[in-house]
Design a binder for this molecule. Structure first.
Ligand code: NAG
Ligand code: NAG
Length: 514
């Protein structure tokens, strides 16, 4: 029954896809924006994780008269929405001496792009003249592009997902020769679309080679396969990096984690989970690995209940690895909220630039491995008195300034806030925050401490003085009320000890009264 339903749904999706492909071929007549053709294209799609990586190698040729300085990449709108990152490089040299020179990639508009196709433009280092060829390497990363089907599974079931794409590469250019390879995590492939030249061997699925495909050729495919990898998605991550010129960098990271795979159905049996780990809850996860910088110290891991003791830290000269275990294993749809905090030596991350400004050189992204972050916020809290902050990031991020007031601050601290959506491990690269700093502010904190100490001293003195005042008033009042001298002497012999310790004046008065 379930099998029939599944096949039915697949068929329906395929029909929908094919009706889409008709639209594509309908508009396929639009001409190439430039006179470029692709002599050979190879695409490798890695489906082994929930983060999909696509490696594209394009051998391009300029067939026009004028030099070509940019090359376009086209994406269907649905894919474009899930695109986390795109990088390109041109290869130079042959075989072992081959080098990769990174190229600029920018989103661009094309008025006659069919069916809402979206474009990126790669800028070549040297324009290609007529008849010249170049080989480009492109990497792009897609998130939230595997649809669990069935959408709900029980503890004993394995997780199956759909991946949709096209057997031929969507491109504004004519492609002479092309092949696409898809790699699945296991041999377990339930179904895949068979078009002309489709082959499957083990974990590899091959579409092509195809020759002489017109611009914007599109041939929808759908692959249904097993993927039990941890679908770890951090819906929101806020990382606070606080710089103190007194020697340390304090990092606090707030995570809202979810298992974004097929939703868990039915009750959770811990007994079954623990006794049959290879069959039960295969798509769930209970450990997470955080890669932290070397020389990390004062590490803690807690949630809203309190400290979680199940974490292990391994450090060496190059890195630190923190293995954490949430309070319960995470099944599809389950969430966990926690905080990781740690300290780092300032000299590893804070430097002075040639123009005398200081800068923090830190890693962007998320320390948890193989994790997608839907929304990442990094707050760099600069020391008090910092001025003119500016940021250098390897890719565009949103930025704004805030002010934070904490214990002992006089004028508050400038906070550089960086925000980015759809962050993948490939975004873990260095960024810098530059700022000017007047060393006089180094004294602000100790000065505040000294002032606080002085004030508290004054306060204590004032309290002591007030107390003495009160005693004197009380004495005067009792003196005027009761005259017998003996009674007074009794009182003052009681006070004598205290009075003496409070200075000569009191001792003298006590003597007189006696
Ligand atoms: C949690 O751990 C931190 C750091 O190890 C410690 O300072 C704090 O007192 C602990 N809190 C509780 C409630 O155990
Ligand atoms: C930042 O640090 C990385 C290594 O973590 C280094 O390669 C890079 O050159 C540094 N950038 C600056 C501007 O200091």
């Amino acid at each position: 029954m379930a099998g029939e339903l599944r096949i039915g749904a697949t068929a329906l999706i395929l029909v929908l896809c094919f009706s889409m492909s008709c639209h594509f071929s309908f508009v396929a007549a639009s001409s190439s924006p430039q006179d470029i053709q692709i002599l050979n294209a190879e695409r490798r799609i890695d489906l082994t994780s929930h983060i999909i990586k696509v490696f594209l190698t394009l051998k391009i040729e300029n067939t026009g008269e004028s030099p070509a300085s940019e090359v376009l990449l086209a994406f269907p709108p649905t894919e474009f929405d899930h695109l986390a990152l795109i990088k390109a490089a041109v290869t130079a040299g042959k075989q072992k001496k081959r080098t990769y020179l990174p190229l600029d990639v920018k989103p661009t508009e094309l008025p006659n792009g069919p069916n809402g196709a979206k474009f990126f433009s790669i800028s070549l280092l040297n324009p290609l003249s007529k008849g010249e060829t170049a080989t480009l390497e492109v990497l792009y990363v897609l998130t939230h592009s595997l649809e669990p089907f069935p959408a709900e599974i029980s503890q004993s079931e394995s997780q199956l997902v759909y991946y949709r794409d096209s057997a031929s590469i969507l491109s504004p250019y004519y492609i002479k020769q092309q092949t696409t390879f898809l790699r699945t995590p296991s041999n377990k492939v339930e179904s895949f679309t068979r078009v002309e030249s489709t082959n499957r061997a083990g974990t590899e699925l091959k579409y092509g080679p195809y020759s002489d495909r017109a611009p914007y050729s599109f041939s929808p495919i759908i692959v249904h396969f097993e993927n039990n990898n941890a679908f770890a998605v951090v819906e929101e991550l806020v990382r606070e990096v606080e710089i103190s010129h007194w020697g340390s960098l304090q990092i606090t990271e707030h995570y809202k984690l979810v298992h974004a795979g097929a939703r868990h159905k039915g009750v959770f049996s811990r007994v079954e989970y623990q006794s049959r780990p290879s069959f039960s809850g295969v798509s769930s996860f209970k450990n997470l690995l955080a890669r932290l910088p070397p020389r990390v110290h004062s590490v803690y891991y807690r949630d809203n209940i309190g400290n979680i003791s199940s974490s292990h830290l391994r450090t060496d000269y190059h890195k630190s690895e923190l293995e954490i275990e949430p309070r319960y294993p995470l099944f599809g749809g389950w969430k966990a909220t926690f905080v990781i905090g740690y300290g780092l030596p300032l000299q590893d991350f804070l430097f002075e630039s040639p123009d005398g400004r200081r800068y923090l050189n830190f890693t962007f992204g998320c320390p948890l491995v193989e994790t997608v972050v839907d929304k990442l916020t990094i707050k760099v809290v600069l020391p008090e008195g910092s001025k003119d902050p500016s940021v250098v990031t390897p890719f565009p991020v949103e930025q704004r300034l805030e002010t934070k007031y904490s214990y002992l601050d006089v004028i508050g601290r400038t906070v550089m806030v960086l925000e980015k959506k759809n962050v993948v491990p490939e975004h873990n690269s260095p960024f810098q925050v530059y700022y000017s700093f007047n060393p006089i502010f180094m004294l602000a904190e100790p000065l505040m401490l000294a002032i606080a100490f002085f004030l508290s001293l004054l306060f204590e003195l004032a309290v002591a003085a007030a107390a003495w005042e009160a005693i004197q008033i009380w004495l005067r009042r009792s003196q005027s009320l009761s005259s017998p001298r003996t009674k007074m002497s009794k009182v003052f012999s009681d006070f004598g000890e205290i009075s003496l310790s409070n200075g000569p004046q009191t001792a003298h008065e006590a003597m007189l009264l006696r």
